[in-house]
Design a protein around this ligand. Structure first.
Ligand SMILES: Cc1ncc(COP(=O)(O)O)c(C=O)c1O
Length: 454
């Protein structure tokens, strides 16, 4: 049997799948950060183009992918689905393990799937400049790449710790034409305030979002782009799961377990949503979202309204959250250091459709090493969380003598994460757990009346 299950280029999906259209109950609305009232399209118009605002609340199951977006996605899509036979052999498992290889994109991850769409819809409405944040640098690179294709300028606020750990990600963004600032930065009021209190701040995604939103809100010609969390981002990522389903079907397989790491939730939603549709129709498929134990939003967070950013200028979002002022420890999976989670993924967890698991950094890098030595691809530390969970599921199959089909999303490669691998190999990785009292203090910072109506 082939290891690589590819799809011909004309099988690149023609429409995105919108899970919102199939949910048993609608997602709670976003609320205005100042008034607490449900958000209107006009509230979002200074930040996003109207097409994306419509997608954010759409209940249509299918939304056509514009041809210019398909054309650009075709630079690297459809991506391969790979049977991880060498990993299976090393584990001695009866399970069949497949991974969807999103690392083959120009930026090296799933993020360009949404970056291309966002740059296109902004350009189509006459926007000539986008501001954004980036954690691991993957989203910033992806938006820089996408903006270059649609002649849109790109300004990136990069979380300080990643800025320092990954100088070449910065260079990649600059190569594609973006301007990059370390966040917190002196460029914005939000950044200056944090720097005044703590000049050595390592930053956080919540902080970088505050800076990027501030820039867009202050300039009518600039919009803001978010690389995860929001419904329209999860929608754009559905190409991952749509292709994977077709690839599995082409070799007569059906998924028993679908796994993805979860930072803001978009790559997980992307691989999972088309399979969740089958589960809602009665198929028995399990879903596993995986996070670092240093930033345990899914496993220890509270389901509540919280700000999407540190300062509280982004909308109140119904989600699992650790509190918007939470600054996670400086683990190497920078893309998983976010205090909140996509409303869609949060709701799926609340409904018991999605299970969550949290792993410490050391065990995640052990899994990454085994994967790279068997399958050859050096995974991003974020993606290695999904690998660790897939390995644990395979061990369960061995114990239970079951030959299940395990599918995980390899959301990115780790070629810009070699400092992290160097530290791991030298035995210098430090693990960080979140003490209960620290979490309680963070949750105290939730806004008043944060409860979500059942
Ligand atoms: C390689 C990689 N995987 C996963 C993630 C997390 O993605 P999401 O926010 O879509 O959950 C990131 C975020 O930067 C990433 O870079």
């Amino acid at each position: 049997m082939d290891r690589h299950i590819s799809l011909p280029s004309d099988r690149l999906p023609r429409a995105w799948y919108n899970l919102q259209g199939d949910l048993p109950k609608p997602l709670p609305p976003y609320r205005h950060p100042g008034t607490g009232e449900p958000l209107t399209p006009d509230d979002l118009a200074p930040l996003f183009p109207m097409e994306l605002i419509k997608q954010e609340v759409s209940q249509e199951r299918w939304i056509d992918i514009p041809e210019p977006v398909r054309e650009k996605l075709g630079i690297w899509r459809p991506t391969p689905l790979v049977r991880a036979r060498f990993l299976e052999e090393a584990l001695g498992t009866p399970a069949r393990i497949y991974y969807k290889n999103e690392s083959v994109s120009p930026a090296g991850s799933h993020k360009p799937n949404s970056a291309i769409a966002q740059a296109y819809f902004n350009a189509a409405e006459g926007i000539r400049s986008l501001s954004t944040e980036t954690g691991a640098g993957q989203w910033g690179s992806s938006l820089a790449f996408a903006c270059a294709h649609f002649e849109v300028a790109c300004e990136v606020f990069m979380v300080r710790i990643s800025y320092d750990q990954k100088p070449y990600r910065r260079t990649l963004m600059q190569t594609w034409g973006a301007t990059v600032h370390a966040s917190p930065s002196p460029e914005t009021e939000a950044g200056r305030k944090v720097l005044a209190e703590n000049p050595d701040s390592t930053g956080s995604l919540g902080m970088a979002i505050s800076e990027a939103v501030e820039v867009a809100a202050g300039d009518p010609k600039t919009h803001y782009a978010l690389g995860s969390v929001l419904n329209h981002v999860c929608l754009h990522q559905s190409v991952i799961g749509l292709e994977a389903k077709e690839q599995l079907a082409s070799v007569g397989e059906e998924a028993d377990v679908v796994i993805g790491c979860a930072g803001g939730g978009s790559n997980f939603a992307g691989i999972a949503a088309p399979f969740v549709a089958d589960r809602l129709e009665g198929k028995s498929i399990r879903f596993l979202a995986v996070e670092p134990s240093a930033c345990p939003t899914l496993t220890r967070g509270r389901y509540a309204y919280d700000y999407g950013d540190l300062v509280g200028i982004a909308p109140l979002t119904p989600m699992l959250t650790l509190g918007h002022s939470f600054v996670p420890a400086g683990i190497h999976a920078g893309g998983l250091r976010y205090h909140g989670m996509s409303p869609l993924v949060s709701a799926l967890c609340q409904e018991g459709i999605v299970e969550a698991a949290a792993y410490d950094q050391g065990s995640v890098f052990d899994a990454a090493l085994l994967f790279s030595r068997t399958e050859g691809v050096l995974p991003a530390p974020e993606s290695a969380h999904a690998i660790k969970a897939a390995i644990d599921e395979a061990h369960r199959c061995t114990r239970e003598e079951k030959s299940e089909c395990i599918v995980f999303n390899l959301s990115g490669h780790g070629h810009f994460d070699l400092t992290a691998y160097q530290r791991y190999l030298a035995g210098d990785l430090v693990d960080a757990e979140l003490p209960e009292e620290d979490l309680a203090r963070q949750l105290d910072s939730l806004p008043e009346s944060s409860a979500i109506d059942a």
